[in-house]
Structures are given as structure tokens and as C-alpha cells.
Design a protein around this ligand. Structure first.
Ligand code: BTN
Length: 230
């Protein structure tokens, strides 16, 4: 799937680069560092050297397209498992290791393309104050070769995306549910208003299923945290 790759020393954002250049479908743009890395909901993404920052494009029009962030997060988890980690998918687009964020996924749609961005914390040892993050190196005590990480990661992403393209989200749903952070626990979902509930899993459409005081409800957006116990 990923036939051409562009490795940049520095770029504002691989996401913007891919959106504004007319590169062939599936081209992967990777940067050693980004000066304006972007996350979901207009947040910035700390993109210092040591992490892996990549974007690639897919043809829009997939069945179950809205579930793509979960599929990509699942591919990242499969890669991390192959390296001996025990990652979790935090609905809807994050990967966690040992209770902290190790990877974020951003999917955006242009006229005919889906632009998928992945930020994976690989060798960073420090993060900005207030950011609850970890890296592969912090979790394992080892240093990783970024090219090696990239090539293996792309293999797992290709595997997950191919299954998704051929069989739809239903083929991956159960595997993703088995990796869900906070499953069967009491959570708060900020929609942005906080909604409390017990996380039951995900629907066929990738929605989050919560048992709330008003019964089972489905959510399509929101930020999830464990419900604090006072
Ligand atoms: C999030 O968790 O909010 C998503 C973070 C996505 C970050 C990646 S890094 C590569 C690509 N370029 C960007 O500017 N953002 C994405």
C-alpha cells in the first residue's frame, strides 16, 4: 500500500504538508520534528526530536469511514505488542501504555482523501509540563531506531487498514474492544458537558457505548477520563 515515502528533517506539520502538496495516494510523509504539530480539537502536538511524526493519505469512501481512527490506533497497538508492550486503545484515537499516552491519531477529510496522521512517542525522555505522556523508550528503558520503527509500524497499519477495507469495521471490532482502556469501568465523557457512565464497549459504527443513569447511550465524540472517586 505504502509505495513512496518522504522523510523530512523538519516541517510545520506532516498533515498540512500532505494536504497542500499534490502527492500520489498512499504517500507517507515523515518528519524528524514538526514546528506546528497538530492534535485533535485544535490542540498542538509536541513534536520534538525523538518521536515519529507521519501522515499518509487514503482514498475516501470506505464503508464505516468514521471508525478509521480506531482502526489506525489498533494497528499501532499491534505493532507495540510485537515489540513486547501491553498497549490499550483509548477511545477514540489514542494509544496508551502504562496509563499514559504514547500515540495520537488524527484523521481529516479533504475532497476525495482521508489524511491520517500518527504521532508516536518513541525515544523522547521528556514532555511539556502538564502533558501525561510516555514513550516506548521510557516504558522499556531501550532506545529505538526510528527507521526500523517506521517500517514495522507501516506493516501493521497496512494490515489493519486492508482488513478494514475488505471486511469493514465488524472484522476488527471485537479485537479493538479487547484492547479498550477503561472497559467496564466508570468513566466521564466530556462532550464537552461531562456524561458519567460505565463503559460497555464500542458499537458497529465505532461509537462509544455507555450505561448512564438514563440507560445505554451511544456517543460519537468526546474526551474520556476515568471517573474520579472523591
Ligand atoms: C491527537 O492525539 O490529538 C492526535 C495527534 C496527531 C499528531 C500527528 S503527528 C503527525 C501528524 N502531523 C500533525 O501535525 N499531527 C499528526
Amino acid at each position: 500500500m505504502f509505495e513512496s515515502l518522504l522523510w523530512l528533517e523538519e516541517v510545520g506539520s506532516t498533515q498540512e504538508f500532505l494536504k497542500t502538496k499534490n502527492l500520489p495516494m498512499h504517500t507517507v510523509v515523515v518528519a524528524k520534528r514538526q514546528t506546528s504539530g497538530r492534535g485533535r480539537m485544535g490542540r498542538s502536538w509536541d513534536s520534538r526530536e525523538g518521536g515519529l511524526y507521519l501522515s499518509f493519505s487514503l482514498r475516501a469512501g470506505f464503508k464505516d469511514e468514521q471508525t478509521l481512527p480506531l482502526v489506525v490506533a489498533y494497528g499501532v497497538c499491534q505493532y507495540l505488542r510485537s515489540e513486547g508492550f501491553k498497549p490499550a486503545v483509548k477511545w477514540v484515537n489514542d494509544v496508551y501504555l502504562q496509563g499514559s499516552k504514547v500515540c495520537g491519531v488524527l484523521t481529516e477529510k479533504t475532497k476525495d482523501r482521508l489524511i491520517v496522521g500518527v504521532g508516536l512517542n518513541v525515544n523522547q525522555k521528556e514532555f511539556p509540563a502538564g502533558v501525561e505522556a510516555t514513550s516506548m523508550a521510557l516504558a522499556s528503558g531501550k532506545e529505538y531506531n526510528l527507521v526500523d520503527v517506521l517500517l514495522k509500524l507501516l506493516d501493521f497499519l497496512e494490515g489493519a487498514i486492508s482488513t478494514f477495507a475488505q471486511e469493514g469495521f465488524k472484522a476488527l471490532k471485537e479485537h479493538i474492544e479487547n484492547l479498550l482502556l477503561f472497559k467496564d469501568q466508570e468513566v466521564l465523557l466530556y462532550t464537552p458537558e461531562p456524561v458519567a457512565g460505565i463503559m460497555k464497549g464500542i458499537g458497529e459504527d465505532g461509537s462509544l457505548l455507555l450505561i448512564t443513569s438514563e440507560g445505554e447511550k451511544r456517543f460519537f465524540v468526546g474526551d474520556l477520563t476515568l471517573r474520579p472517586r472523591w
